[in-house]
Design a protein around this ligand. Sequence first.
Ligand SMILES: *Cc1c(COP(=O)(O)O)cnc(C)c1O
Length: 423
Amino acid sequence: MKDATIALHHGFKSDPTTRAVAVPIYQNVAFEFDNAQHGADLFNLDVPGNIYTRIMNPTNDVLEQRMAALEGGIAGLAVAAGSAAIHYAIQTLTQAGDNVVSTPQLYGGTYTLFAHLLPSFGVEVRFARDDSPEAIAELIDDKTKLVYCESIGNPAGNIVDIEGLAQVAHARNVPLMVDNTVATPILCKPIQFGADIVVHSVTKYVGGHGNSLGGVIVDSGNFPWAEHPQKFASLNTPEPAYHGVVYTEKFGPAAFIARARTVPLRNTGAALAPMNAFLLLQGLETLALRMERHTDNAIKVAQFLKEHPLVAWVSYAGLPDHPHHELARKYMQGKPSAILSFGLKGGYAAGVRFYDALQIFKRLVNIGDAKSLACHPASTTHRQMNEEEQAKAGVKPEMIRLSVGIEAIEDLLEDLDQALRQA
Ligand SMILES: *Cc1c(COP(=O)(O)O)cnc(C)c1O
């Protein structure tokens, strides 16, 4: 099936008992065992089935299967937020003494996790000087457990050479983990280009309506964990946190996602609420359609701003003169989502006046809503960084980031024009 069909049908046939066609909300914590042996088999992970909603839930399962199918992976894990997905995916592979090598242009919350929280638990994150494969390759050593990037950096809008990064990671027997939130699997499929793990904040475009937090991890099933038993000891030696299971023996290619579910999620509990899984599935049904409109509107907004006499610069990889335009063509058919940034002539002060004058664009920190949104990263998402760190993350003081929605383009351009004039 094609993406638009997968998003509507994959992972669910009408409910077997009620024949309900919409995915039911299993607002339920625990699931009954047939008998003691059945309970034991479930706990041993010998038979499929549900135990407790902290580790699995039938509504969440449909979201997991659909996202995995769209990304071309073998399995998914849904959790309470994109941030939890990123943390759990990293925790599945690392322990104190290990390191992660990352591109520098990251979502603000991910940067804080990498720069401060993970190091406080002994996991070092090495930020490359830029997002090139060479810069990443230089930092990989024997203690590196994964290479990390965002397919489209938020908010910098840089397009990462996924294939190049996968090559340098695989040359050192290290997996590539890609945050594909901004691109969505409709525009970019990192696994096709060599990514091993894909993480998502489904809070954004997948949900698409700004009403529910959620995160998903997708496992490609391609990384040969068992060939490197010492490097990936957590997947190849008996797991003390789950009665001695050896994940590569029990789950084969799905070892990674099985450990993510049964160790980090099971023990720390950022489970996705079934109601949110339902709302996120509602969003997913129209994702392909919305991304078409989002990207159509984004290129029109970018062209409008570029030609506007009051605008100093526009950064959107969909524009032919953007340095990453070729990468955008290779990885996302020239449609690099609908997040763009620009700076006004008149610097910071004009930027603030513009921001305050917006009527349709909402002033907030979110992206991927059907509604158009605007944000000033330097004072919000990236304010915990100093100016040097901001510059490395691709954030300028006067920069305004737009998340272009699916409204009528005429109304969006009129709103931008009147705000620019007031600024
Ligand atoms: C929002 C976002 C996150 C964090 O997701 P939450 O669902 O808000 O926890 C991670 N990565 C990117 C690229 C994001 O935009």
